[in-house]
Design a protein around this ligand. Structure first.
Ligand SMILES: O=C(O)CCC(=O)C(=O)O
Ligand SMILES: [Fe+2]
Length: 299
C-alpha cells in the first residue's frame, strides 16, 4: 500500500481507539486539555508528511499549495491534498469524541498542517474568537504532532477555560501569565503522533523557541457549535467516499462560510531571511518579487 492509501483503521493506534470519550470529556471539563501520546500511527504521519511535501509550494501551478506566514508555514487545504488527513478528521472515533465534548451540533471551523519556526513569538491567547472579535462559542481543537516536540511545545493554562470567558478579550501578556498563572501551565512535549485536545476557551500558546534553526510540524483542526460559520475549505471528494448527513454538516456542505481563511498571507508575509524557508518558497519569493517589480516598474 503506497502513501495516501493508508488503511482507515490502521491510522490511529489502539491506544487512541480504546479511549473512552467520557474520560476525554472529564479531562477537558476539569483541566481544559488532554494529551494522548502515540495517537497517530507512524505510517499515517509519513503519509501526511508526504502529502504536504508534494504540495508545499509552486508558481503557476493549477492546484493547491502552502503559504509562508512570517515565521510559520501553513497548508490549510489539507482536505484537498491528503487522503490520510481527510480520513483522520472525519474518523468515527474523532467524531465520537467531538460529539461527546461539543454536543450533537458541531462544524469543522478551521484546519491546517503548519510548521512553526524558531524565533516565532505566539502570544498567550484563547481561540474562541471570530472575525467579529470575542465570541461565546463552545468548541475544541485537536493538535497532532508530526515531528518530535521536545521544545516549542503546546502549553495550556490548566483550568483557564473555566474563567477566561468572563473576560472580553482573547490575548494575555507574557507578564500576566508569568506573574499570575505560571504554576498552572501544562507543557505538552511529545513524540510525533502525540495528539492534544483542548477547550478553545483555555489560555494557551506554542512555547517560543529562541533559536532560528528550529521547526515544529503539527496538524490542527477546530470544531465548534456554531453551524452557520466556518473558514472556507477545499475538498477532494475522492477522499471522502460515502458520507452521512452529520459528516456533511460537519464539513459544511450547503452551509455559509462567512469567515476568511487564516492566515491571510501575501508576498509580504514571506520572511526576508532565508533561514528556515524551504528552497521552493524562497525561489517563489524571488520570482514573485521580480514579477511585481517588472509589473509596477519600481524597485
Ligand atoms: O501550535 C500550537 O502549539 C498552538 C497553536 C495555536 O494556539 C493556534 O494556532 O491558535
Ligand atoms: Fe490557539
Amino acid at each position: 500500500m503506497g502513501f495516501g492509501a493508508v488503511n482507515i483503521r490502521a491510522m490511529l493506534t489502539k491506544q487512541f481507539l480504546d479511549l473512552d470519550p467520557n474520560n476525554v470529556a472529564s479531562a477537558l471539563a476539569s483541566d481544559g486539555v488532554i494529551a494522548i501520546e502515540g495517537a497517530l500511527q507512524p505510517d499515517a504521519i509519513a503519509a501526511i508528511q508526504n502529502d504536504v511535501d508534494q504540495h508545499r509550494a509552486g508558481i503557476n501551478i493549477n492546484g493547491v499549495t502552502g503559504v509562508q506566514f512570517h515565521k510559520q508555514f501553513y497548508l490549510c487545504h489539507m482536505l484537498a491534498v491528503s487522503r490520510t488527513f481527510t480520513q483522520l478528521v472525519t474518523h468515527p472515533k474523532v467524531l465520537e469524541i467531538t460529539e461527546r465534548v461539543v454536543g450533537a451540533q458541531y462544524r469543522l471551523k478551521a484546519l491546517r498542517y503548519y510548521e512553526t519556526f524558531g524565533l516565532h513569538h505566539m502570544q498567550w491567547h484563547t481561540d474562541n474568537k471570530t472575525d467579529r472579535g470575542f465570541a461565546q462559542i463552545p468548541g475544541i481543537i485537536f493538535i497532532a504532532y508530526i515531528s518530535d516536540v521536545d521544545d516549542g511545545e503546546f502549553q495550556y493554562v490548566r483550568g483557564s477555560h473555566a474563567w477566561s470567558g468572563e473576560k472580553a478579550y482573547n490575548d494575555y501578556s507574557d507578564a500576566f501569565v508569568d506573574e499570575k498563572l505560571s504554576k498552572d501551565i501544562l507543557s505538552c512535549k511529545g513524540r510525533a503522533g502525540t495528539m492534544v485536545i483542548y477547550d478553545t476557551y483555555g489560555i494557551h500558546r506554542a512555547k517560543p523557541v529562541p533559536r532560528a534553526d528550529f521547526v515544529r510540524k503539527s496538524l490542527f483542526w477546530q470544531v465548534d457549535r456554531e453551524i452557520e460559520h466556518a473558514e472556507p475549505i477545499l475538498i477532494n471528494p475522492e477522499f471522502l467516499g460515502e458520507i452521512d448527513r452529520k459528516t456533511q454538516r460537519y464539513l459544511g456542505f450547503g452551509l455559509p462560510t462567512g469567515y476568511k481563511i487564516f492566515p491571510q498571507s501575501d508576498v509580504d508575509t514571506i520572511p526576508t531571511s532565508a533561514v528556515n524557508i524551504p528552497d521552493a518558497m524562497h525561489l517563489a519569493k524571488l520570482a514573485i518579487k521580480a514579477k511585481v517589480k517588472q509589473l509596477i516598474g519600481r524597485p
